[in-house]
Design a protein around this ligand. Structure first.
Ligand SMILES: Cc1ncc(COP(=O)(O)O)c(C=O)c1O
Length: 406
């Protein structure tokens, strides 16, 4: 399949380019010292991803530790309540630790081990990436520092407890809005101070090259599995697939399995309280080109051109940019990006819980809400939604909001 001069038969060979670009987006905008550190990681990644020992170790981990492949569930009651379109979910909530994040954390920690690093560090928003990395660090015997904003520490308390039990140091970030962006700032600073002994295991397809590529590659297990499973279950491909986009890792990995297929692909960003700057975190919808955290992509900017304050009910979607590959896929028209607000995502959270017995993460609920909306417009066919995580971490917060609560 081709779109303009992008050939999806050879897409993964050509994107990103050697220096980490998806079209004009991506790259590595870091100091010369950190550029050398990024090159060391890139070289190590390209060496191990061709090594049969690394591939078989990662496959074994995926099967015996993570519990992969995760299943696809047919949402029969939810589909019937809407009409004729059949909705399905890829169950990343059943991946060990309850979200897709472990897919790239186990890969990144295995790489850290191969490179002889002693410590892994990262930021976290919803806490899912922090829990996943703390788990990977415990598995491989590495030290682990997790930077997390004070607001998210309060909102995602169960995940903070899990990180601590797993032996990670949770470092509170108090400045600015004290959410995901500030946590990334702090983790970057810590990495710049200590890059010889540690590796920054970034939590999404963001940051300088090679992270957007590496995290996508580790997450592509989701899309590859989902394509094969869906064909096995139904004998055909889904008509449409949907995933939520924060930094963009669950969506990048899920989409990777279907980019070369005649399948409509939708990425869903958080509209939060509405379209006013500061009330949402929909950078692909409302942002402009800009550089932050070492990469060029789309960005929500304030009046000084700095990253703008962002908001979403979902801590994991609360980021003023998105991965460079998403900006590229948007520009060439391969993926359509749209938005869902807090209210619709909370309604979807309850709908999936009560009609299907699956409590979704509030991040994933954005994708579920969009899948429902899409199904209502389609008339017939099938929609496969990536259920990126489970909602245990969100229950107290959502019940506390009172909306829709029983
Ligand atoms: C369950 C879940 N889904 C989605 C996301 C958003 O991240 P990404 O866009 O990188 O998949 C997060 C982030 O914390 C998350 O915890």
């Amino acid at each position: 399949m081709k779109l303009g001069n992008v050939d999806f038969d050879t897409y993964f060979k050509n994107y990103p380019s050697e220096d980490g670009y998806f079209g004009k987006y991506g790259g590595a905008y870091v100091s010369d010292e950190l550029k050398a550190a990024m090159k060391e990681i890139t070289d190590a990644y390209f060496t191990i991803c061709k090594s049969s020992k690394f591939i078989s170790e990662l496959r074994k981990i995926r099967r015996d530790f993570q519990g992969r492949p995760t299943p696809i569930s047919h949402l029969e009651r939810l589909s019937t309540s809407i009409g004729r379109v059949q909705l399905y979910v890829k169950r990343e909530d059943l991946n060990h630790t309850g979200a897709h994040k472990l897919n790239h954390c186990m890969g990144e920690a295995l790489l850290a081990k191969y490179m002889g690093k002693k410590k892994v560090i990262a930021e976290t928003g919803a806490g899912q990436h922090g829990v996943a990395l703390a788990t990977a660090a415990a598995y491989f015997g590495l030290e682990c520092d997790i930077y997390m904003g004070s607001v998210d520490i309060k909102k995602q308390a169960p995940n903070v407890a899990r990180m601590k039990i797993l032996g990670a140091n949770v470092i509170e970030v108090k400045h600015g809005l004290a959410t995901l962006k500030e946590a990334v700032d702090a983790a970057f600073e810590a990495y710049a101070r200590d890059y010889k002994d540690c590796i920054y295991c970034i939590g999404s397809v963001v940051g300088p090259h090679p992270f957007p590529m590496m995290v996508r590659d580790f997450q592509s297990v989701v899309g590859i599995e989902a394509r094969e499973q869906f064909l096995g279950m139904t004998g055909e491909l889904p008509d449409a697939i949907v995933a939520c986009v924060g930094g963009g890792s669950n969506s990048a990995g899920f989409f990777a399995g279907f980019l070369n297929d005649p399948v409509d692909i939708y990425g869903v960003e958080p509209l939060g309280r509405g379209p006013k700057l500061g009330d949402h975190a929909a950078s692909l919808q409302y942002g402009t080109e800009g550089i932050m955290h070492g990469f060029n992509s789309v960005m929500l900017k304030d009046e000084n051109g700095e990253p703008a304050p962002v908001y979403s009910v979902a801590s994991g979607l609360d980021y003023p940019s998105s991965g460079p590959e998403h900006a590229f896929l948007r520009d060439i028209g391969r993926v359509k990006y749209d938005v869902v607000d807090d209210k619709d995502s909370i309604d979807a959270f309850y709908a999936l819980s009560r009609l299907e017995g699956i409590i979704p993460a509030i991040e994933s609920s954005h994708a579920v809400a969009y899948g429902i909306k899409l199904a209502k417009t389609m008339g017939k066919g099938s929609v496969l939604i990536n259920l990126s995580g489970r909602g245990d971490k969100d229950m107290d917060y959502i019940l506390g909001l009172g909306n829709n609560a029983p």
